[in-house]
Each structure stands twice: as C-alpha cells, then as structure tokens.
Design a protein around this ligand. Structure first.
Ligand code: SAH
Length: 324
C-alpha cells in the first residue's frame, strides 16, 4: 500500500514539476501561473518520502536526493544550457548582421574585418575603400557588404571587395597623387572612383566600359560618392567603348587595371603604359591568373602571376550579351 502511494507521489513529482520548456525562459507569466497551480494541487512530495518503503520504479542514489530536487537540479542545468544556447545564437546573429549590412557604418566594419583577417594589408587601400561606400555601387536589394561578387545585369558582376582590395594594393605605388590611371571594364565605377580618390585633383582617373547603360549608371553611382567632386572637375571620366583599345586620349598611364579576363594581353594596353607603369590584368579562359605586368624604364616588360582568379571575359559587347 505504502509503496504504491509513494510511487504515486514520485510520479506526481515527475508529472507536475515544470517540464523544461524554452518558452518558460521568456514567458514568465505562464511560468508563475504554473508554479501557483503546482502549489495549490498538493504539498511537495519530499516531506512524505521514505526510501525504505520504495520497492519499485525509482531507485534513489541518495536518500536526501529526492525526485523533486533531482528534477530541480536538472531543470536549473537545462535552463542554463538553453540560456547559453540562446546567447550564442544571438552572438552569431549579430555577427551575421555585420555582413548583411543592416546598420550604419557597415562599409567600415566590412573593411575592418578584411583587415583583421589579413585580406587587406595596406592602410592606404583600407582608407580609400572606406571612403567609397560599396552600397552606392550595388543594385538595390542586393547585399553590399558581403565579400562576394554581385550581379549587376548584362551578364556581369561587380567584383568582390577582396578582389578590389587586391588590385588596389598591387597598384598602390602607381596611384600616387598626380598620376594617371585607366580602369578597363569599369562596370559600376567602384574602382574608378577609388583610383580618382588616390590620384587626387592633380591626377586623372579614366574608366572605359562597353555597355553604355553601365557607363550611365556608374556616373550616377559616383555622383553620390566621395569621388563626386573629382568627377565634376573632370579628373574622373567614364567612357563607352571597347576597353581592349585602351583610352589613348589620356595615355600614358601609370596604372592600368582590367576588370575582365583577356585571352591574351591587349597590345594597346601595353603601348599606353608609361615606363615605370604597372598593368594588372586577369588572363586566361577557364583557368585564369591575375597577371602583374611592369613596364621597365627601358620599355621591357616584367610579367608575373599574382594569384588564380575567376573573372567574366574581356570580350565584344555582342558576345557578352549573348552570354558566350
Ligand atoms: N570592375 C568592375 C566590373 C567588373 S565586371 C566592378 O567591379 O564594378 C567586368 C566589366 O568589364 C563588365 O562591366 C563588362 O561589361 C566589361 N567589359 C567586358 N569586356 C569589355 C570590353 N571589351 N570593353 C570594355 N568593357 C568590357
């Protein structure tokens, strides 16, 4: 008889002690209601428990360690674990938001992150990229501060921030105040704007892009950016044309950047490079290398591969629009 009643009491303890619920962490009123209900239903089983009379079902390791206190401890432990889990989830979400750019100053945060992880080594490159907000150059509704290329229409993309940074670092010594820079395949105008900020009011930054609609939108993008004044003064200019021919009007250039992969290095770009100048160009079809071409003072060339890359092709407008 005794054993039955005690078993029942323990069963009560199991049944009516608050089970671990995630909701109990934040639904405090519900929890209080539950506690009140528990108190009203019956006295706690601890007082009537006699371990010697228990014959079946529950075996206790410690006579003072009742079903109820065991559950209390488990409950505290479980709540602690759930709380820890929630905190780590919140931490993860807040980190993610840095990358999806939902708060102010996200451009700076993205660049701080790239610097912290050693992707950007040059202070000057980080500075100029901080001054030109990438959000002004990506289509609305696309994430601006994610380190990946973004579709901009016409079968092409704006390059990933780490790729922009790599090219700026490679060209940094050829983008000093007063120097001339050419950006072939200028697309959104992002890098042309960075070049203009670096060469400053005494220099010249020229973009050539063969999709006229992209030229028009890049002009608007730059108008809203920190390079707007330089564009207004004509230090920065954007032109529609075949970039494989360069832009002879403002040659020779200290720096030439090509934002699309050529099957071979266009001769016109070598010609328009100043002795002491540097050309950075992705070369290849399926497998591409980012080539760094230095024109020595005697006119000879030094060529090296910086890294493997994946760019859209430097091609004709028709082939690009067909998606070849
Ligand atoms: N660097 C730019 C765009 C990179 S995508 C940015 O980050 O925004 C490459 C760009 O090269 C595209 O805009 C494409 O239209 C352009 N392009 C490809 N072949 C070209 C050519 N022959 N002449 C001029 N632009 C070209």
């Amino acid at each position: 008889m005794h054993s039955t009643s005690h078993s029942l009491i323990i069963a009560w303890g199991c049944r009516y002690r608050a089970p671990i619920k995630l909701s109990s962490l934040y639904l405090t009123p519900l929890l209080l209601h539950h506690r009140r209900r528990t108190r009203e239903l019956s006295p706690p089983p601890v007082a009537v428990l006699n371990t010697s009379t228990i014959t079946s079902g529950c075996r206790l390791l410690n006579p003072h360690f009742t079903g109820n206190s065991l559950f209390s401890r488990m409950e505290i432990l479980m709540r602690g674990m759930v709380l820890l889990h929630l905190i780590s989830m919140l931490f993860y979400i807040s980190k993610q938001r840095i990358w999806t750019g939902s708060c102010i100053n996200k451009n700076n945060e993205m660049l701080d992150h790239l610097q912290r992880y050693g992707v950007i080594k040059s202070k000057k490159t980080a500075e100029v990229m901080k001054s030109i907000d990438r959000a002004l150059f990506v289509p609305e509704g696309t994430p601006p501060y994610v380190d990946s290329p973004v579709q901009i229409g016409y079968n092409v993309t704006i390059s990933a921030p780490h790729m922009h940074a790599t090219c700026l670092e490679l060209l940094e010594n050829n983008l000093k105040p007063g120097m001339h820079a050419l950006d072939v395949g200028s697309g959104t105008g992002y890098l042309t704007a960075c070049f203009a900020v670096m060469v400053g009011p005494q220099g010249r930054a020229v973009g050539v892009e063969h999709i006229p609609e992209l030229v028009d939108s890049s002009i608007v993008n730059i108008q809203r950016s920190a390079a707007a004044q330089l564009q207004k003064e004509g230090i920065l200019s954007l032109h529609a044309g075949d970039g494989r021919l360069g832009w002879p009007q403002f040659a020779p250039y200290d720096a030439i950047h090509v934002g699309a992969a050529a099957s071979e290095i266009p001769e016109a770009l070598i010609e328009q490079l100043k002795p002491g100048g540097r050309l950075v160009i992705p070369v290849g079809n399926v497998f591409q290398d980012l080539k760094v071409v230095d024109k020595n003072m005697d006119g000879s060339l030094s060529v090296r591969s910086e890294t493997s890359v994946r760019y859209v092709p430097l091609t004709s407008r028709e082939a690009q629009l067909r998606g070849d």
